[in-house]
Design a binder for this molecule. Structure first.
Ligand code: ATP
Ligand code: MG
Ligand code: MG
Length: 354
């Protein structure tokens, strides 16, 4: 079997490794941190920084294809790696999703709707942005933000200075606050041959900026469900994408707004592990290895709940309920806000959606 190189050794890399292993493949993790969760299940781990050229080269030479579990891979590392093995999803998907301003522009260029926004790099820009975007709004750093980090809410013009300071005066976007009915995401997969497979949209609830639960089916009419899938497909095709991608959307009275894309397996797709025959992790491995895509049809209704920090104390109780499928990441240290695992609760057979 092929050897899959995975940049990043967190829980996503871990679950990708398990999926690759089930397909008879080997995995090789590249991760700067010691004892990464993925290291417990992968065939090989390189512990090195993204500035270690020799380590990057040895990794690239040892694998057949390179994928990743996070967006913020340094450009120089990618320059080295791309000479050695194909990087899937491609670098364009990374370039676009690394920067919210570029990402928003790209999504708009696909003909999809997004929240009003404006790029901001200083106090003067922010004043101008407040004229067009107004309040309430959210200042978000262009790069490196996740789990709601690097964001500050503005409820009046007077919040401007504090918001800039809260995001460390980093290049940012000011985004209009969306009064959404709900949040949904679509996990889409695209193969090397251009074939596309979808998972049903999941309905997401965030707490403190972190995903708390994903529920399928989402409360979304048939037309909006189709529109959500079409939006994800449009983005995947626009990027000539190969692999699994998550597309987050706001459902509003006037339609869907795309919030952001993640060029990788996505937390809101973890329900597929117990709701579908082929889950997002196997689907991603299939796609990047050039295999045919699997069937993403949902056979069960699922509520995925993230186990964050002290939620781990509930594991014995959760394990006692036979409807709960537990997925724990093997992280040694419990920290507040840290994703330690998730539970997929089967709530019944999927009703017919067609
Ligand atoms: P992720 O961990 O999903 O990558 P992130 O840090 O990149 O998160 P966003 O997805 O932009 O940040 O925002 C996190 C959450 O904050 C959203 O899922 C949503 O609940 C809320 N949010 C973000 N932008 C807006 C907005 N413009 N209007 C209303 N709520 C928003
Ligand atoms: Mg994000
Ligand atoms: Mg998000």
């Amino acid at each position: 079997g092929a050897t899959i190189g995975i940049l990043g050794g967190g829980q996503l890399g871990r679950m990708l490794s398990v999926a690759a292993s089930r397909l008879g493949m080997k995995t090789h993790i590249f991760e700067p941190g010691e004892n990464p969760p993925a290291g417990q299940v992968a065939d090989r781990v390189t512990t090195a920084g993204y500035d270690d050229e020799a380590a990057l080269r040895a990794f690239g030479e040892a694998v057949d294809v390179i994928t990743y579990e996070f967006e913020n891979i340094p450009t120089k590392a990618l320059d080295i790696l791309e000479e050695l093995a194909p990087i899937r999803p491609n670098r364009e998907a990374l370039r676009i999703s690394q920067d919210r301003a570029i990402e928003k522009g790209f999504i708009q260029s696909c003909g999809l709707n997004i929240a009003p926004h404006c790029a901001v790099s200083n106090a003067l820009d922010l004043m101008v942005a407040l004229e067009t975007v107004g309040v309430p709004s959210i200042l978000k750093t262009r790069t490196l933000g996740y789990d709601g980090k690097g964001q500050a809410r503005l409820s009046s013009q007077e919040d401007a200075a504090a918001a800039l300071e809260a995001v460390g005066n980093a290049p940012a976007i000011l985004e209009g606050f969306v009064d959404f009915e709900r949040e949904v995401s679509v996990i889409v997969a695209r193969g090397v041959d251009g074939s596309v497979a979808f998972y049903d949209p999941g309905e997401n609830v965030h707490k403190n900026g972190i995903l708390a639960t994903t529920t399928v089916p989402a409360r979304l009419g048939e037309n909006r469900q189709k529109a959500a899938k079409l939006a994800a497909q449009t983005i995947a095709e626009g990027l000539d994408y190969v692999g699994v991608m998550g597309v987050e959307m706001f459902v509003t009275a006037s339609g869907l707004l795309v919030n952001e894309i993640a060029p990788r397996v996505h937390n809101s797709g973890h329900w597929t592990q117990n709701g579908c025959v082929i889950d997002q992790f196997e689907q991603h491995i299939r796609a990047i290895a050039g295999w045919p895509l699997g069937d993403g049809t949902r056979h069960s209704n699922v509520v995925m709940e993230n186990l964050i920090g002290d939620d781990m104390d509930r594991v014995p109780e959760l394990a006692a309920d036979p409807a709960n499928a537990l997925h724990l990441y093997g992280k040694a240290e419990v920290k507040p806000g840290r994703k330690m695992g998730h539970v997929n609760r089967i709530t019944g057979p999927a009703e017919d959606h067609s």
